[in-house]
Design a protein around this ligand. Structure first.
Ligand code: IPT
Length: 972
């Protein structure tokens, strides 16, 4: 028995021996990677929502710079597979490069290839062709089984060759996604068996939703059980319109699912989908720093969680037809810490404060609950919760309001029985906040007895410790350090009271600005204490170099640093500097070893300069393309302080020279549709039986994305009076109808709610459109043509694994012209755009003819701006513009619609041929669209094309303009 136990422990936590491959193990406390316990601090990123490989690096470097040590990656099957057996992993779909980039950025990877991913992505990640495959999706049924195995056998080997055991970044493999409805153990087991067969050796996880008991604990040892189940938590809900909410969906404490595994917050809310069209700024507020401080710290200390993956770290864009139509529009900004345009927000600052702490203070990776926690005086409005590391004794104490929702400022003196003695120390919680305080900690060469400031980070730099502590502006703080004899203390900046007695050096202060205290002697190496407010602390960056860490105060972002000779070289982004007139704004201060005398800012010298940013400078050149030398002076703190160079302003051209062309020749009776597919199926594999024959479901004819055209030919008797149609488009979709070239009007298409589910039968009349046959339009005895343009807004997800929603048809689902037989033809996307992939291009005439592509010659089109009046149908606009954005700077550019949006039209936006979004009052609240570098030619010609579908006469969607989201010197 004992031997068995020992063996189990050995297999779970054995550190890698020298010379063997690193391995990923775990015990009840935490993951151990290559012999080192880690707190997993991961953020979610969807490469498919950022179609620009160079920008993947930017996002991941920003994650790393915030103290994340991992990135969680869904892989979207739909993004890679246009048809059964056809897969593409090139260009923006090059996931080998993605995984390499993660590795280069210094991040571990949680690989989440589904097969089902949800993610508000079309089909929940399922390719639409899967809708025509028999066998219930997300089950072990034949049909689906062959299909998902095909995907896994394509994606798994790529993931496998990037595992940590092979020198790559992948440490975990997540099977399926929130698979808690209609669960099928054989399926769940098979996903894991396929992964193992394909060479996946790292632990397998899964993310449970809602009912944390289901999959993980009930079947903990049976078929389908994974090694490390985790839980998804979204305590703030998705009600962005009401950002003052406080945990409407629970306390957000991640459950411990099994005794032998760490607590794993597999998806923890870090933003929200904008269900109510409130705009993502409101979502960012709903999930802002106050929420992060309270909920994340509670989770850390109350549950002892050591595995966190925050959803989303960066949201991105539902470009093309990537969106699942019911919950999202083009932007998937998500109110995340990093915006869609890759800008950093106050949420990023909070991630950085927490992430740096988890990274620097190693004992937090292994703790048990500790009682009693430090005492709060009776009647105080505050509560403490404590944990301690069983090996070091280090204590971690959460201080928060007793009433979770309290917004008051409350203070108390804690009576703290810490490992080094008993201390009375002041704490304050101001508004919705919480603090994690530390006692009994070997902080570098120091002994921290107790502190009521939070530790952000500390580093041994040049023979001394530099420790960064912080607290709420104005709140009192006390820090006690232990010494063998009385040290000498110099308060360099700030108001700090110093007292020494019996080995305790006690500092008392209020958090204001940034206080600096230098302590030398006392039997220890020197320490520089930097004690700031939350805001001051967030201005610091920590970067590792082979010669040890450096700390940097200021700049927008420090991506990495190198030390060579007397030079520290920062790969940093700077937004302002001396040239801006506000010298202090561009200040940079570097804490490096004393041998360092010079500061350079530019591309890192250790790696090849990235595209467009020029060659790396040599230390002696004194100039570098990305920023160059920063003149510095040495401060009393021993740091180097200077002012960075400001970025060059970026000029954007006005959008002029528009040309327009009407589309929709398909509406005209004489249009030649003889090469279109005949829509003549009489059967379908769809679980939704057809209401009229032939079956008109677009997916059944291989047309899966974007608009689809139907032309129905019938020999009129002359007595037809009504045209009765029914179409399913997904939410926000519509369809337009012409008879013999006469526009009859439009109707709204059926939506997900119409598909029914396992409890409710499908709506028999999902997207009705009834049109009277106008007098004089029919040609009795001759060929009459009914033309219908149906929007396909994307495919429903399969969250409840019932097939009915996911397999809800798109396109016409019923059609009748007073009972007269109709012969149908159908046309959607023409061919596959290999560069842009299966989700970019739909079936509009202009798309089939290449009007959206840069090379199309539009000289014959008439000059007209997109604000001109619209008639029903489709009108295209094109223009081109030249950019000459400054080199070595990161200037994200957007496109803004300036007019009042109308529900009368919808606009597809193409940048250099890439569908970058959809605009319209019915589509969502979005007015600004990101034009990501990579798709955008930052120094050269760009083409914009708009396809405007108007369902009624109206003013056009213009005027349009370009704008910048920001401008920094530096960049990825
Ligand atoms: C959970 C999904 O796992 C994830 O893919 C995404 O859809 C996210 O939520 C919401 O943005 S679903 C959970 C909220 C029930």
């Amino acid at each position: 028995m004992l031997l068995a136990l020992l063996l189990t422990c050995a297999t779970l936590v054995a550190p890698a021996r020298a010379g063997t491959a690193p391995e990923v193990t775990y015990d009840k406390y935490s993951l151990t990677v290559d012999g080192r316990r880690i707190v997993l601090q991961s953020a979610e990123f969807h490469y498919f929502r950022l179609p620009s490989q160079e920008l993947w690096r930017d996002v991941m470097e920003k994650f790393k710079a915030a103290g994340f040590n991992a990135v969680s990656l869904y892989f979207s099957w739909a993004y890679h597979s246009p048809a059964p057996g056809v897969y593409d992993f090139s260009g923006v779909r090059d996931v080998d490069r993605l995984l390499r980039t993660a590795h280069e950025a210094g991040l571990y990877v949680i690989a989440r290839p589904g097969p089902y991913i949800n993610a508000e992505s079309t089909g929940g990640g399922f390719p639409a062709w899967l809708k025509t495959v028999p066998g219930r999706a997300r089950s072990f049924e034949p049909g689906y089984r062959e299909a998902y195995r095909e995907w896994l056998h394509r994606i798994n080997p790529i993931i496998a060759r990037h595992q940590v055991t092979d020198g790559g970044p992948v440490i975990l493999y997540n099977a399926e996604n929130e698979y808690q409805v209609n669960t099928d153990a054989s399926y769940m087991q098979d996903i894991q068996d396929q992964a193992r067969a394909d060479g996946i050796t790292v632990p397998i996880t899964t993310n449970d939703c809602c009912d944390a008991g289901s999959w993980s604990s009930t079947w903990a040892t049976g078929p389908g059980a994974v090694q490390i189940p985790g839980v998804d938590d979204y305590p703030q809900s998705f009600e962005c319109a009401n950002p003052g909410l406080w945990g409407p969906w629970g306390e957000g404490l991640t459950e411990k699912l099994r005794d032998d595994i760490p607590v794993f917050a597999a998806e923890y809310q870090a933003g929200a989908i904008d269900l109510g069209n409130a705009g993502y700024d409101k979502c960012r507020e709903l999930t802002g720093p106050a929420f992060m401080k309270f909920f994340y710290k509670n989770n850390l200390i109350q549950t002892g969680a050591t595995m966190f993956s925050y959803y989303m770290g960066y949201g991105g864009t539902n470009w093309g037809w990537l969106a699942q139509p019911n919950d999202v529009y083009t932007s998937y900004d998500y109110g995340a810490a990093i915006t869609e345009a890759r800008r950093l927000t106050p949420k990023y600052d909070e991630f950085k404060r927490q992430g740096y702490f988890l990274e620097a203070v190693a004992p937090i990776a292994k703790t048990d609950a500790l009682t009693p926690s430090p005492a709060v005086p009776a009647g105080a409005a505050l509560t403490t919760v404590a944990r301690a590391n069983p090996d070091t004794g280090t204590q971690f104490v959460l201080v928060r309001h007793t009433d979770r929702a309290a917004t008051s400022a409350d203070s108390a003196t804690l009576d703290w029985a810490a490992p080094d003695g008993r201390y009375q120390v002041p704490v304050q919680v101001k508004g919705r906040d919480a603090h994690v305080l530390v006692a009994g900690y070997d902080l570098g060469g120091q002994r921290l007895a107790v502190s009521t400031s939070s530790i952000m980070t500390h580093a041994a730099i040049g023979g001394r410790d530099v420790a960064l502590l912080y607290g709420t502006a104005g709140a009192p703080g006390a820090t006690v350090l232990r010494y063998a004899s009385q040290p000498s203390v110099k308060v360099l900046e700030g108001a700090v009271r110093v007292a020494y007695s019996g080995g305790d050096l006690r500092l008392d202060y209020a958090h204001e600005g940034l206080a600096r205290v230098l302590v030398t002697g006392g039997g220890r190496r020197p320490v520089l204490l930097l004690i700031g407010t939350d805001e001051e602390a967030a201005r610091f960056w920590r970067a590792s170099t082979p010669a040890g860490p450096v700390l940097v105060r200021g700049t927008e972002l420090v991506r990495s640093a190198t030390l060579r000779g007397d030079v520290v070289r920062l790969k940093a982004d700077t937004a302002s500097g001396a040239a801006s007139g506000a010298a202090a704004a561009g200040e940079v201060e570097v804490f490096a070893p004393p041998s360092v005398k010079r500061v350079e800012i530019g591309p890192s010298s250790g790696q090849p300069a990235s595209q467009g940013s020029g060659q790396a400078a040599t230390p002696s050149s004194g100039q570098s393309v990305g920023g160059g030398d920063v003149p510095v002076t040495r401060t009393a703190s021993g740091s180097l302080r200077g002012v960075t160079r400001a970025p060059v302003p970026a000029d954007l051209p006005a959008l002029t020279g528009w040309r327009a062309h009407p589309e929709a020749p398909e509406a005209a009776p004489a249009f030649d549709d003889s090469r279109w597919k005949a829509a003549d199926h009489t059967t379908t594999t769809s679980p939704h039986p057809p209401k009229t024959l032939p079956v008109l479901y677009a997916d059944d004819y291989g047309f899966h994305n974007g608009n689809v055209w139907y032309r129905g030919h019938f020999t009129a008797t002359g007595t037809e009076t009504t045209i009765d149609l029914n179409a399913i488009t997904g939410l926000r979709g519509n369809y337009l109808v012409w008879l013999n070239g006469r526009y009859l009007g439009s109707a709204a298409g059926g939506v997900e709610a119409d598909s029914g589910d396992q409890w409710t039968p499908p709506n028999p009349d999902p997207g009705p459109g009834h049109f009277a046959v106008p007098a004089g339009v029919l040609k009795p005895g001759a060929d009459n043509v009914l033309a219908v343009l149906v929007a396909n807004m994307g495919h429903n997800d399969d969250w409840i694994a019932d097939d009915l929603r996911f397999k809800q048809p798109r396109g016409l689902v019923a059609a009748s012209v007073s009972g007269t037989p109709i012969a149908w033809r159908i046309q959607g996307t023409a061919g596959l755009d290999k560069l842009r992939g299966p989700l970019s291009t739909g079936g509009l005439y202009g798309e089939r003819t290449g009007w959206h592509l840069p090379k199309y010659r539009d000289k014959s089109w008439k000059e007209a701006a997109p604000s001109a009046a619209l008639t029903p149908g489709v009108t295209w606009y094109r223009t081109s513009f030249e950019l000459d954005l400054p080199k070595g700077q990161d200037v994200p550019v957007g496109l803004r619609f300036g007019g009042d949006p109308s529900p009368a039209y919808r606009v597809l936006i193409f940048l250099n041929g890439w569908n970058v979004g959809q605009y319209g009052a019915d589509i969502g609240p979005q007015r600004e669209f990101s034009l990501p570098a990579g798709l955008l030619n930052e120094r050269g010609t760009n083409t914009l094309a708009l396809a405007v579908t108007a369902e009624q006469p109206s003013a056009g969607p213009g005027p349009l303009s370009l704008f910048t989201y920001g401008n920094v010197r530096g960049g990825p």
